[in-house]
Design a binder for this molecule. Structure first.
Ligand SMILES: [Zn+2]
Length: 135
């Protein structure tokens, strides 16, 4: 099982929630990049408890904080090593695109480690393609 498959196997189907965050990636995205993003994202705020994974445009379910912790302990990267919360600036280990649902009032947002403009990730609530708002 690849690292990416191991990560995906921890994600559980979950109904979409307002304001949730998702990360768009591809089967070809480097697993260490995905792991770094997941750990940094959960590490940035203790309020974050669920991260939806979208792989090649398909919803693969939600990764819980507990699953991310487990993931961190099985790898060579310690939980919290992203240090978004304590160090000024952001990691340059990877570059992400910022995604948002174009539906008025929708608070679903996301980040793309992989983005295919012909098959963009979709809002899990409105099923509208997410727009890139910044990079
Ligand atoms: Zn939406």
């Amino acid at each position: 099982m690849s690292d990416l498959d191991a990560l995906l196997s921890r994600a559980k189907p979950s109904p979409a929630k307002a304001g949730e965050h998702l990360v768009s990636l591809s089967q070809s995205t480097r697993p260490e990049m995905v792991r770094a993003y997941v750990i940094d994202w959960f590490g940035a705020s203790g309020d974050r408890d669920a991260l939806r994974l979208v792989v090649d445009g398909a919803d693969r379910g939600v990764l819980s904080r507990a699953s991310a912790y487990a993931l961190a302990t099985t790898g060579d990267r310690d939980y919290g090593s992203g240090d978004y919360g304590s160090v000024p600036g952001t990691s340059t280990g990877y570059k992400t695109l910022v995604l948002a649902c174009p539906h008025p009032g929708c608070r679903v947002n996301g980040a793309a480690l992989f983005y295919d403009q012909d098959h963009p990730p979709r809002c899990p609530i409105h099923n509208e393609p997410l727009s890139v708002t910044a990079n």
